[in-house]
Each structure stands twice: as C-alpha cells, then as structure tokens.
Design a protein around this ligand. Structure first.
Ligand code: ZN
Ligand code: MN
Length: 487
C-alpha cells in the first residue's frame, strides 16, 4: 500500500551566454555589469520598437535540438506569451509555443552502467526577462529594483517527459545535459550566475499503476543540490499525504533551502492562460536543407562519442575516460598532452592524481590550470626517455604549476637530469655502504629489507636524481659482494 513510484520531469532554461548579443537587439550579453548599462529601446520594451532575430541564437538552439535527437520543424516561428510582471515591461515574452525548433527527442543517461533514454518533449528559443532585485540586495528592505541587462538574453528552453524515476536518474540527467550544452559551446552553464536554471515536476503513483499521479512543480532551483534536495523533500511530502489518505493538489512550490521543505507558491488551474498568439513582428523561419546540413556538419563530437572513443583509441578505463570527458576542457587538455608524448595512460594518471590534486589545493579550475598541456606531455616524455625519474617529475610538476616554465627549462636550470652513469652511482653507493656498517651487518644476517634503506639513502644523496632501477640493481650487487667476502 505504501509503495510508490516517483515520476520526475524537468524544464531547463539555459542562457545562450556564449553568444555575442541578445536575441532581438544588438545589446551585449553581460554578467555583473552595472545595472541597466546593456540595454536599448528594444530590450527595455519601448512601444513601437521592432525585434530582429539573432541568427546565431536560432542556430544554437537548433544544435541543442539535434544533439538531443529531436525532430526539427522545417518551419519555426515565435509566439507571444502574455502575462504581466514588472520584469516584463512589454506585457509578453516572445517565445515559441506552436512550432518549436525541436520536439520528440531523447537524451541517454547512465545509472550504474545501465542506459536509459529520457524523452525530450520540446526544445525552443525564447527571450529572458529582466532581473528583479529585492529588499536588502537592492539596498532598501522595502524596495524592488529592476535590472534590464538580462532582458532579451536568448534562452534555450528544454522540456522533458516525466521519465526519471529516482534521484540518481535525475542527477545523471542534469549532469549529462549540462555536459552536452558545454560541448555544444552554446552556454557556459554557470548555475551560480543563473545561466542554467532548473524546474522540476514530481508526481507519485502506486507501484504497478499505469496512470500518472497529480503533478506538482517546483520553481527557482539554482543548483543541482537544490534540485535534488527539493525533489527528495517533495517526494516525501506527497508520500505522507497519500499514505494518510489525502489528495495531492496540483500547484507550484518553492524550495526552502534552510528548512529543507517545499512550500506552495500559488495554486494552479490545469494550465495558465497565457493567451499565446503568433508574434506579428517576426516572420517564420524556414530551415533549408542547405542550412540544416551545414549546421549538422558543424556539430562537435558529443560527450558519449568522445567517452567511447577515449576508451577505444587510448585504452583508458571507463573511470579515466569518464573523468576526462566530463568537461570539454579536460578532454582537450588530455589530447594535447598525449599528442606530445604518445603515452595516454601516463597522461591520464598524472591528470587524475597529481595535477588534479594541485588544482584542488590552489582552488583553481581546469580552465585556469597554469601548466600548458604540451608541458605535461613533455614532462611525461622526459620520463619515458629516462632523463628524469618519477620523483623528479613530481617536483617538476609542482614547479611548472607555480612558474609556468617548461619541464626542459626546469631540468636545465636545476640540473635535474637523472643519473644513469653506473660508475658515478657506484661511487656514491660505496660511500653509503662504508658509512652504515650496522645496516650492512643486518643485511649479512639475512635481513633483506635493509636493501630499501640503502636505495633510499642513494636517492637522498642524489636528491632523487638516481635512476631508481639502476640504484636498486647496484645496491644489490654491492651487498651481495659483501656477503661473498664475509663468508
Ligand atoms: Zn537591447
Ligand atoms: Mn520559458
């Protein structure tokens, strides 16, 4: 009786922040600029102004639709979504209702190695509203100020079917979608800047039942954590109502992060009456075969394809490939470094462990990595050529991270070339053996572990420059000789 299925859907608004200008005017797309400095009569919604479509925005949404395996409407057009709010001075938002750019697509997600397709209902282009700044943030607890810099910024809206049945699937979907948008280069997807905004819908139904339950929407979720927290709380709330014999009311909720509960925003009829009608100031857009084909040719390699290619072409594990393709910048970094040294496994290892560690410590992102990929590749090459040891490589990595110098330059400046000369090493080992008679006696009495001590001393004496394999071999030889002499 108390067993329920959750059906979760998503609506995503992605700002096409990588474009140079807004959707219907030439104003730049800014973040953090002084309020109302990136505006003009068009995006301020003055009466009588005429919108002109930004072709790049249409192409960006078309690419998203293609990447989401959507059908493309050969003719697409804009519609007015009418409602009144201070951040929307025209009294309507120019959006797409009847002929969106894309529809009926899917995105494949992977949870515990199992693939699942989340169906996409609709991918369309619309304009963003201005931003309301309330209370304290506005410098006056009783005031609301409006910043029109965001007004008219192109948004790609993506609507899914309620195909996700768990928080794990929801998270996998959000991560995959963000990854896809980053790969397409249409949005920077910085959630803290509102460039990627999620709304979720949640309904429950008794397990085994085919009929979807009454859905509740949750708005204004500005981080993955907020989405997951809100949906988890909403599932719990609905479950409790259903178990106690109550009924779910169709409504829109807001997430209260502090109390970890969802709270009603407004009750909702079956649908808002936005009185959508065709935008009379914009002509429909026809996608010619030529335009579509040239855009298809421009499509980058998508995350899943890259993931599979990395395993196939470079022999990486799924963990390594997954880490590297997570964002385009690491995938790119990896391939550039590998080109130099032709040792993909080693590059992946350095990136996943030491370099990732240095970045974390410095609070830097991969975009800000001070080591050029060519330099990491060169460092791996120096190791392959036995010019430096692993230990020296670790030191060089740290120095490259600080100075940005090339590994060759560091090796030359600091005289870090590995000692591979047998005679030079033998001399050093002889001195160490002579200085540690007690350890030698221990070795003679059968304690083989002392070998490690001697090799350690050699590395110390050479500041890590001794070739470790060679040092190991020579120490062994010399102690064996001592054994022969002693017997
Ligand atoms: Zn403008
Ligand atoms: Mn919308």
């Amino acid at each position: 009786m108390s067993e329920f299925w959750a059906d979760i859907g998503c609506e995503i608004h992605a700002e096409l922040s990588s474009l140079n200008s807004k959707l219907f005017c030439c104003c730049p797309i800014t973040y953090g600029a002084p309020p109302n400095t990136a505006t003009c009569p068009v995006c301020l919604g003055f009466p009588g102004v005429l919108p002109v479509v930004n072709e790049k925005a249409v192409e960006a949404v078309l690419k998203v639709a293609l990447a989401l395996n959507c059908k493309i409407n050969p003719v697409t057009k804009f519609d007015r979504k009418n409602y009144y709010y201070p951040d929307l001075p025209k009294g309507y938002q120019i959006s797409q209702k009847y002929l969106p750019i894309g529809y009926d697509g899917w995105l494949e997600i992977y949870v515990n190695g199992k693939a699942k397709r989340i169906r996409i209902a609709d991918v369309h282009l619309e304009e963003d509203t201005a931003k309301s700044i309330h209370g304290e943030e506005a410098g006056d607890p009783t005031a609301t100020l409006i910043d029109f810099n965001r007004s008219g910024v192109p948004l790609c809206e993506i609507v899914t079917y309620p195909d996700m049945n768990s928080l794990e699937e929801l998270e996998a979907f959000m991560v995959s979608l963000r990854q896809l948008l980053l790969y397409l280069g249409v949005s920077e997807c910085r959630m803290e800047r509102g460039q990627l905004r999620f709304e979720a819908s949640v309904s429950l139904r008794p397990k085994g039942s085919e009929k979807l339950g009454t859905r509740v929407e949750i708005k204004n979720l500005n981080s993955f954590r907020a989405v997951l927290g809100a949906v988890e709380a909403e599932i719990k709330r609905q479950k409790e109502i259903l178990i106690s014999g109550g009924e779910i009311v169709q409504q829109t909720m807001l997430w209260n992060e502090a109390l970890k509960i969802t709270e009603p925003m407004r009750t909702k009829e079956t649908a808002h009456d936005y009185r959508y009608f065709p935008e009379p100031d914009l002509v429909p857009i026809v996608f010619s075969e030529f335009w579509l084909n040239s855009l298809k040719a421009e499509m980058p390699e998508l995350p899943r394809q890259k993931f599979e290619r990395f395993m196939r072409e470079y022999g990486l594990s799924d963990y390594e490939a997954g880490f590297l393709v997570a964002i385009p910048v690491t995938a790119d970094y990896f391939e550039r470094a590998t080109k130099v040294c032709k040792d993909p496994k080693a590059v992946a290892n350095w990136m996943l462990s030491d370099l990732q560690g240095l970045l974390k410590e410095a609070g830097k992102s991969w975009e800000e990595c001070p080591i050029l990929p060519q330099n990491l590749g060169e460092m791996v090459k120096l190791m392959q050529d036995e010019i430096i040891s692993v230990r020296i490589a670790k030191e060089i990595l740290k120095e490259m991270f600080v100075s940005g110098k090339s590994p060759k330059q560091i090796v030359e400046e600091r005289g870090l070339v590995q000692i591979t000369d047998e005679n030079e090493l033998k001399q050093i080992i002889e001195e160490i053996v002579a200085a540690n008679p007690k350890a030698v006696r221990e070795f003679l009495s059968g304690n083989e572990k002392v070998l490690g001590f001697f090799v350690g001393q050699v590395m110390k004496a050479t500041k890590g420059k001794a070739n470790p394999q060679l040092a190991n071999k020579l120490v062994k030889e010399m102690l064996e000789q001592a054994k022969v002499k002693a017997s």
